[in-house]
Design a protein around this ligand. Structure first.
Ligand code: ZN
Length: 385
C-alpha cells in the first residue's frame, strides 16, 4: 500500500512540474509574462486542485507539490541567469526517470522507522545517525528501491583558535612569505628549474608546424609542465598557509594594491638589470595569482580554526626600520638586505618588512583601519595611538 502511494506521490509531483512547464512554455510562445513561484502556487491551490481534471493532486502531501514548484522556479531562474554556467531550459519529467519528491516538514524518525506526511510510519534502513533538527526529506527511487535522504541542521560551536599569537607576513618575490616569527617560505625559486624546462619546451613548440602531429605532441608536453608547476605552487601555498594558520590566531598582511606592485617592479629593474626586467612581466602575473590564492587559503583556514586575517596599508613597510622607525629608500642596501641608515639595524629586508606589518597590524587593531590608513599616507612613520 505504502509502495503504491509512493508511486502516486512521485507521479503527482511530476504532473505538477510538467503542468508548470507547459504553462510557462505556452506563455513564452505567446510572448506574455510567465508566472513565478507565488502565482504558480496560487494556481495549484485554487485552480488545479479544484479542477476535475487535476483534482487528484489533493492525494499527495501538498508541501511536496509546493516544493516541486519551488524547484521549478529555481530551474527557470537559473536558466535565465547569465551568471550560471549551466543554462538549460527546464525539461518535461518522464515517468521513471529520476523519480523523486521533497518533503519539507512533518517528518520524524524513531529508530528504524520514519514518519512521512500522508504515508505514516515507514520502515527504513539507516545508513548513518541523524543529528540535529530535520529540515527536509527527499524521497527518490532507483530501480526497485526507494531511498530517503534527510537534510539536518546542526549547530556547531564557533571554533576557538588554539594559539593566541599574532604574525606579520610579507609576501615577496624570491621569498613567497617572510613571517615576523622568523620563518620563511620559499616561492618562485623552487620552480625555476621547471620554468627553464617550460621555456625550452615552448621554444620547441614555436618551431613546430602548427597542428601537425609533432606540434600536438609538443603542446601536450608544454601543458604537462604547466600543470606540474601549478601543482607544485599550490602544494607549497597549502603547506605554508596550513602551518602559519596552525601557529597564529591573528595574521596580518599587506593590502596589495597598485603601489606595492609598481614599487617592487621598480626595485627589481634598478638592482638586477635587464634580465629580471624581462622576466618580471611573467613573474609578476604568476605572483599576483599566487598571492591572491595564498590570501584566500589563509582566510578560510583561519575561519575553520577561529583565527583572523587582517590587512594593513602597504605604505613604506619595506623602507621603514622596524627598530627605530626611520624611513628611507637608502635603508635598502639591496633587494634582500635591509640596513638602517639611522640606527644601523641589519636584517633580511623581507623579515624587516614583516615586523613592520605586525606592528601596523597591532596598530590597526588598537585604533581601527581608517586611523592608520590616513596617518600612514600623510607621514611615513607608524601611527601613534
Ligand atoms: Zn633603525
Amino acid at each position: 500500500m505504502q509502495l503504491k502511494m509512493l508511486h502516486v506521490f512521485v507521479g503527482h509531483n511530476r504532473a505538477v512540474w510538467n503542468k508548470a512547464l507547459a504553462l510557462t512554455k505556452g506563455r513564452l510562445d505567446r510572448k506574455i509574462p510567465i508566472m513565478w513561484k507565488h502565482e504558480l502556487e496560487w494556481n495549484l491551490t485554487h485552480i488545479w486542485k479544484k479542477s476535475d481534471e487535476m483534482g487528484w493532486l489533493n492525494d499527495a502531501p501538498s508541501q511536496s507539490l509546493q516544493q516541486t514548484l519551488k524547484q521549478f522556479d529555481r530551474a527557470l531562474r537559473d536558466c535565465f541567469d547569465k551568471q550560471q554556467p549551466n543554462k538549460r531550459f527546464p525539461r518535461f519529467k518522464k515517468k521513471g526517470v529520476k523519480d523523486s519528491f521533497v518533503l519539507p516538514q512533518g517528518i520524524s524518525v524513531d529508530g528504524n522507522r520514519i514518519k512521512l506526511p500522508k504515508l505514516g510510519w515507514v520502515k527504513f534502513r539507516k545508513s548513518r545517525d541523524i543529528e540535529g533538527k530535520i529540515k527536509s526529506a527527499t524521497v527518490s527511487r532507483n530501480g526497485k528501491h526507494w531511498y530517503v535522504s534527510i537534510l539536518c541542521e546542526l549547530e556547531v560551536a564557533e571554533p576557538i583558535h588554539p594559539s593566541s599569537s599574532a604574525v606579520g607576513i610579507d609576501r615577496g618575490v624570491s621569498i613567497m612569505a617572510a613571517c615576523s616569527d622568523g620563518k620563511t617560505y620559499i616561492g618562485a625559486k623552487a620552480y625555476r628549474k621547471h620554468e627553464k624546462r617550460l621555456a625550452k619546451a615552448q621554444r620547441i613548440l614555436a618551431r613546430r608546424v602548427k597542428f601537425s602531429n609533432n606540434w600536438h605532441k609538443q603542446k601536450e608536453k608544454v601543458q604537462n609542465i604547466h600543470s606540474k608547476i601549478s601543482n607544485m605552487r599550490r602544494d607549497a601555498l597549502h603547506k605554508a598557509s596550513t602551518e602559519i594558520s596552525k601557529n597564529h590566531a591573528m595574521i596580518f598582511m599587506e593590502n596589495l594594491g597598485v603601489s606595492r606592485m609598481s614599487k617592487s617592479a621598480k626595485g627589481n629593474s634598478e638592482k638586477h638589470g635587464v634580465n629580471v626586467k624581462a622576466k618580471s612581466g611573467l613573474n609578476k602575473s604568476i605572483l599576483d595569482a599566487g598571492w591572491a590564492m595564498f590570501a584566500t587559503m589563509l582566510e578560510y583556514k583561519q575561519r575553520w580554526k577561529g583565527g583572523m586575517v587582517e590587512y594593513v596599508p602597504a605604505a613604506y613597510t619595506s623602507q621603514r626600520c622596524s627598530q627605530c622607525q626611520y624611513t628611507s629608500k637608502d635603508n635598502r642596501a639591496s633587494q634582500s638586505k635591509f640596513e638602517c641608515q639611522a640606527c644601523g639595524y641589519q636584517a633580511n629586508a623581507d623579515f624587516n618588512a614583516s615586523l613592520n606589518i605586525l606592528a601596523a597590524g597591532h596598530a590597526v587593531l588598537a585604533c581601527g583601519v581608517d586611523a592608520i590608513a590616513t596617518t600612514v599616507k600623510q607621514e611615513p612613520v607608524l601611527a601613534i595611538c
